[in-house]
Design a protein around this ligand. Sequence first.
Ligand SMILES: *Cc1c(COP(=O)(O)O)cnc(C)c1O
Length: 206
Amino acid sequence: MNEIPSGVELLAAVKGREAAEIIRAIDAGICLIGDNYIQDAERLYKLIGGRVSWHFIGHLQKNKTKKAVRLFDLVETIDSFDLAREIDRQCRLIDKPMPVMIEINSGREPQKHGVLPENTESLVRSITGLSYIRVSGLMTMGPAKEDPAALSPCFREVRHIFEYLKSAALPNCEMKYLSMGMSSSYKVAIEQGANLIRIGRKIFEQ
Ligand SMILES: *Cc1c(COP(=O)(O)O)cnc(C)c1O
């Protein structure tokens, strides 16, 4: 992973990994961790703690928001107003502002989470009214494709929304992170403007 250009942050996606291998990755320079599961993160946090930043990158159920806002520094997967409102409510109780990203279903896959590209702006506008939420960027997975180049159009569309929302300069909304690309697709994602990539296999399965 030496070929990551400066200006692109590397998140280690740790689902299913043991604390020892995560700690090795941290010793090798990783300072941003992404977990998909609350229980898993709770266990790992006890062993690893706050020496790294923690992003939640899985699908967040509303009944898990209380734990999520205590454990995580940022939630990457907001795709509904209801979820954002629940996070806002939990954050208010502990007086902790929460940066979030909007997850976009860029492949328009019915079974996948994320807001559709054309509904992103109205979701962002509604969320920016919540006082403990800070909209900080956009995240997408994109469909699983054999050829990562086939993801280019999906990533490009999300990038365009990112640029548009940045130029719109909405209150309480700073378009800072564009989180796209995994082990198989990070090069394409960086070409299309990603400044945060989420890597699991390529870090832990060498
Ligand atoms: C697992 C996961 C990744 C990393 O995938 P790899 O193919 O292991 O690099 C990135 N983002 C999300 C949301 C994931 O669940």
